[in-house]
Design a protein around this ligand. Sequence first.
Ligand SMILES: Nc1ncnc2c1ncn2[C@@H]1O[C@H](COP(=O)(O)OP(=O)(O)O)[C@@H](O)[C@H]1O
Ligand SMILES: O=P(O)(O)OC[C@H](O)CO
Length: 499
Amino acid sequence: MPTYVVAIDQGTTSTRCIVFDRQGQIVSLAQKEHKQIYPQPGWVEHDPEEIWRNTQEVIALARIKAKLAAHDIVAVGITNQRETTVVWNRRTGKPYYNAIVWQDMRTADLVIEFAATGGQDRFRPQTGLPLATYFSGLKLKWLLDNVPGLREDAERGDAIFGNMDTFVVWHLTGGIDGGQHITDVTNASRTQLMNLRTLNWDDELLDTFTVPRIMLPRIRPSSEVYGAVVSEVLPGVPIAGILGDQQAALVGQTCYEPGQAKNTYGTGCFLLMNTGTELRESTYGLLTTVAYQFQNEPVHYALEGSVAITGALVQWLRDNLGIIKKSTDIETLARSVDDNGGAYFVPAFSGLYAPHWKADARGIIAGLTRFVNKGHLARAVLEATAYQTVDVVRAMEQDAGVSLKSLRVDGGMVGNSLLMQFQADVLNGPVVCPRMTETTALGAAYAAGLAVGYWQNLDDLRQNWGVARTYESTMEDVQRKRLMRGWQKAIERSFGWEE
Ligand SMILES: Nc1ncnc2c1ncn2[C@@H]1O[C@H](COP(=O)(O)OP(=O)(O)O)[C@@H](O)[C@H]1O
Ligand SMILES: O=P(O)(O)OC[C@H](O)CO
């Protein structure tokens, strides 16, 4: 009987369950979106109970579609939107508050307060991260300071913290009946509470952010058997991999050598370059983060350029302006014109992340004239993704001291060939789409499958990777420079908007 590995991808907009075979091919897939909750401008929340319900549903559906018994599945890997913060009661299972999503900006004042002594980079040496609204530590502090009774419960050991990986694993392994409270090194590295060298919670940081250590999960490698599923959706199946979603995509793209990099185009864009066992501090506005830690192996680090809003801007065009009905419609609309008509869209909806780290930036559309129509706006929306990626690639090249020969890409937006061609054009280099673009789930499956011996080694995984299409630059230098100059002017105008 053939056997399979299951991956659960708990993402920003949806939860997916994908069943993979040994060749890394998809056997079945189920997906469910969850509500995006916007209580105030700049705030973004998810309902953690809805996410747990969706997780169970998609697992059940993926199994039914592939007609799989639990014993056909050798392992399950978890991957997740990173930084999104949830606190719940270990005795009742009840969350104290909605999950605060990575894009949420309610901690902007805390960022200013902490940066007042020592500046925005004061925690970079320990954590690889600048002070920003993005990471979990300040979100957790906000919850502890603002939710009545939470701090007392946390100090008593009843209230526990996790990112979505921790929350899902706790439920899968029994919840209030002894669920495991764990996370992996990649997720922990996004909290701003873990020390990148010791790979443990840092007491000084916990003191500074006033976070009780007792509420934090145990940090484990990204690939090892943590325990078995107790929930009836996958009874007895070992949970054997946990990776933050962007690190999972790096693993799924088989970037195991120092210098190899991938860019994932989803809600946001996340470019990660493997730097091997060497910890590199960024001086050009990138993050230093954990790439992965396989069982009995040293930890691998990465440099990361995180862009908050890319595909989310396409959704905004769809949901807030109604200019398109489906995200995929943007390509036809953008192709109705030859160029951006002079318009530039800077989607600084959550401020700007890498390489600028400007919490006070806000979204702008620049260069408007009577000439500009919705086709030009659609172009400007797609181009914004490509320009933001160029900015991150250039920072990466300066930090790493090498130029990227080509860019491996994946994620929902790579189906847009207009965007991918434009990306190659403004990058002035090849953009490589692999055959399998569900690399996030695949990476989680790889981590789990490696731990149980379903795949023997990294070469087994490399054999599954192959190119579907390569986009080469065809743009004249003069035009590229003109466009990048326009973008540069536009982005500078978005700075300092919020007072
Ligand atoms: N053809 C397309 N053109 C432009 N954007 C797209 C296209 N298809 C999907 N998207 C965008 O990609 C995102 C979904 O990609 P996905 O990788 O599933 O994201 P995530 O994991 O962040 O939820 C959405 O923001 C959607 O608007
Ligand atoms: O769920 P995604 O694909 O939007 O990824 C979100 C990132 O992990 C945020 O850091």
